[in-house]
Write a new protein. Structure first.
Length: 241
């Protein structure tokens, strides 16, 4: 089970904004809209690295999740969970279904290194071995393929049509995972390094146990960001006819 807190709540929107001029626009009637969206989404990701104050969006370098808790064979609690390098994503595939009545977007991106840093507290078993610790940790996802699926609907309120993203799912598929947990076993100088070595030798199996927590954290953050933008941009401004 996952418990997650997100830094910013979605505010009540009572006024419209325009897309910043450095955003690319794509017409939803264009039969080649995917060819337009691929560079447009890529540019938007890079722009959001610095944040978008008018939209109440914090910089996404890094993405910050105040707290994250994953339960399972190991109970893991994280504070100040930070995800670095998302703005360096390269879009390798994109397809969409965008009409007057639906807004669906599927994309795959490549990231050479997703670096995660946090303060952790964990207790349980890994590979049938007991583990306990509290301190700083890092996780690096090397050569990661990340798939995102957004599903939303245009809705009309107060005479203005906007998109509401109702579902955003993330799938993480790294080629290699590297863990570094400081202060395991209360700083034991033998058990701590030994457990880190075991974790890295079995990193794929261990990552699969926590993958859903990372994916849900990213999905919740990206959904929040998307709605912060889409709730303030009229649909015909976002993807004109």
């Amino acid at each position: 089970m996952l418990y997650l807190s997100i830094l910013c709540a979605l505010p009540t929107i009572s006024y419209a904004l325009q897309l910043p001029p450095n955003f690319l626009k794509c017409k939803r009637s264009d039969p080649k809209i995917n060819d337009c969206l691929k560079p447009a989404v890529g540019r938007a990701i890079h722009i959001m690295a610095e944040g978008m104050p008018d939209f109440k969006i914090e910089p996404i370098q890094p993405i910050r999740v105040p707290s994250l808790k994953i339960e399972g064979s190991v109970t893991q609690s994280y504070e100040d969970f930070q995800i670095f390098n998302v703005p360096s994503a390269k879009i390798t595939h994109l397809d969409s279904s965008i009409t007057d009545d639906e807004f669906n977007l599927n994309l795959t991106v490549f990231l050479k290194d997703i670096h995660i840093a946090a303060r952790y507290k964990l207790q349980g078993q890994i590979l049938l071995l007991p583990i306990v610790g509290e301190g700083n940790c890092t996780t690096d996802l090397r050569n990661a393929k990340v798939s995102l699926a957004l599903s939303g609907v245009p809705t009309e309120k107060t005479g203005r049509k906007n998109v509401e993203i109702r579902s955003l799912k993330v799938n993480l598929d790294p080629e290699k995972v590297e863990f570094d947990f400081e202060n395991l076993f209360n700083g034991d100088t033998q058990l701590g390094p030994q457990m880190n070595r075991i974790m890295n030798e079995n990193s794929r199996e261990i990552f699969n146990d926590v993958r859903h927590g990372y994916e849900e954290a990213l999905g919740a953050v990206f959904k929040n960001i998307a709605n912060l933008i889409f709730k303030r941009i009229p649909y015909d401004e976002l993807v004109p006819l």
